[in-house]
Design a protein around this ligand. Structure first.
Ligand SMILES: Cc1ncc(COP(=O)(O)O)c(C=O)c1O
Length: 411
């Protein structure tokens, strides 16, 4: 036991918080300007949200960026901005975070669950398979740092006239074919929740090149208003409608801005660690690394590998944990068809329920037996997190531990 290394401190953005975040937060506090749209000078709105949006536009290479209160809010705002609503269907991977399902339901549209491929992202072939005359959009989730097959997804979706939304909550800074995630679609969202590669505790971002989506997203997140700050970027064209409230505060923006400036450094650190671990695991018979649509584009903060069956995966998890190697599923993601709100098929108000016409529940498409691929893949993987504080020596220890467990299992 004396050879055990201490478990590396978990965390990506949160573990990288330092003097930069402190300085920007203090700046907000000293100016006593916490609200993004007005502060001490009526002629000059406070700078943090605006600066965050400006730097996000430059970094992601998009025309418009809007800071919002969470990744979930970003999803709801984007879906509404795209005009998704009752009677519509949105294709979404069955293996995705809670909000990917609930955000669609809350517009009144129906989430149509789809299988993932071995990268644990949406299988592009599912778009043809799940498409109906009611399909309006595809919500792609770049799962835990890994890019989905965006070229094929975009091709399949756009030839059917579908709107594509990228959910980059778990993969900000990752790329596909050298292009940043978030730029492959009609609109994309990011989350700055605590567990994300860049964080402000809570927070989110919508990015798009579509000015109509931008204006509608602004109105949706700010009670239908389109304030002068936005009007000077892009004059309004839309008629006002009743929006919600999902604004970001200047304090949140201060932290998010400092983190955005560190994002690529955090990513490169993780990629270097992954490069030490992945080849050693790939050399082990019986172990298959999670294949990637573009291995070079992965953020690299989790190394996933598949084994033959769930029992072997449980063996690895138990033995690695005993060696002080973290190998739990950190995101809490599990298939939507296993979640309570899918099992109940309920919404807050029955009139908004997109499943109300289903003769029985769970209807086909919401049952475990409808997703043999997702069910199989997600029971056979082991995930090894690599964090900001993980050192090269930690990474080598993680790889050596998997090798030792592999040997213990009989090779
Ligand atoms: C893929 C994905 N989408 C959306 C979200 C929602 O983000 P938030 O927690 O900021 O609402 C998360 C994270 O929690 C996520 O992992």
């Amino acid at each position: 036991m004396s050879t055990l290394r201490p478990r590396p401190v978990p965390g990506l953005g949160a573990a990288a918080i330092g003097a930069e975040e402190e300085a920007l937060v203090l700046d907000v506090l000293k100016r006593q300007e916490l609200f993004r749209y007005y502060g001490n000078d009526p002629q000059r709105p406070p700078p943090m949200c605006a600066q965050l949006e400006g730097e996000a536009r430059a970094l992601f290479g998009v025309d418009y960026a809007l800071a919002v209160s969470s990744g979930t809010a970003a999803l709801e705002v984007t879906l509404s901005a795209a005009g998704i609503g009752p009677g519509d269907e949105v294709i979404v991977p069955a293996w995705s975070w809670i909000s990917c399902f609930t955000a669609i339901v809350r517009t009144g549209a129906r989430p149509v669950l789809a299988e993932v491929d071995a990268s644990l992202c949406l299988d592009p072939a599912e778009i043809a398979r799940r498409h109906t005359p009611r399909t309006r959009a595809v919500l792609v989730v770049h799962f835990q740092g890994a890019p989905a097959q965006m070229d094929r997804i975009q091709f399949e979706a756009h030839r059917r006239g579908l709107f594509v939304i990228e959910d980059c909550a778990e993969a900000p800074g990752a790329t596909f074919r050298g292009r940043r995630l978030g730029t492959w679609s009609d609109a994309a969202i990011f989350s700055f929740q605590h567990n994300k590669p860049m964080t402000a505790g809570e927070g989110g971002l919508v990015v798009t090149r579509d000015l109509r989506i931008y204006e509608r997203a602004v109105r949706m997140h700010d009670l239908g208003q389109y304030r002068p700050y936005h009007a000077q970027l892009m004059p309004p064209r839309e008629t006002a409608f009743a929006g919600g409230q999902a604004r970001m505060s200047e304090l949140t923006a201060a932290v998010a801005l400092a983190q955005l400036r560190k994002l690529d450094r955090i990513r490169d650190h993780c990629r270097q660690l992954k490069a030490r671990v992945a080849p050693r695991l790939a050399a082990l018979p019986g172990i298959t690394l999670r294949p990637m649509a573009d291995p070079a584009g992965d953020f690299g903060f989790e190394v996933y590998f598949y084994v033959q069956d769930p029992g072997t995966a449980a063996f690895y998890r138990e033995k690695l944990t005993a060696r002080n190697v973290a190998c739990i599923q950190r995101t809490g993601t599990y298939p939507q068809y296993h979640r309570d709100y899918v099992k109940s098929g309920l919404t807050a108000h029955p009139a908004l329920n997109p499943f109300r016409d289903c003769p029985s529940w769970p209807a086909p498409g919401y049952r475990v037996e409808d997703f043999p691929v997702t069910e199989d893949l997600t029971q056979r993987f082991v995930a090894l997190p690599l964090g900001w504080r993980t050192t090269p020596e930690d990474a080598d220890y993680i790889a050596a531990s998997v090798e030792a467990v592999h040997h213990e299992r009989g090779g």
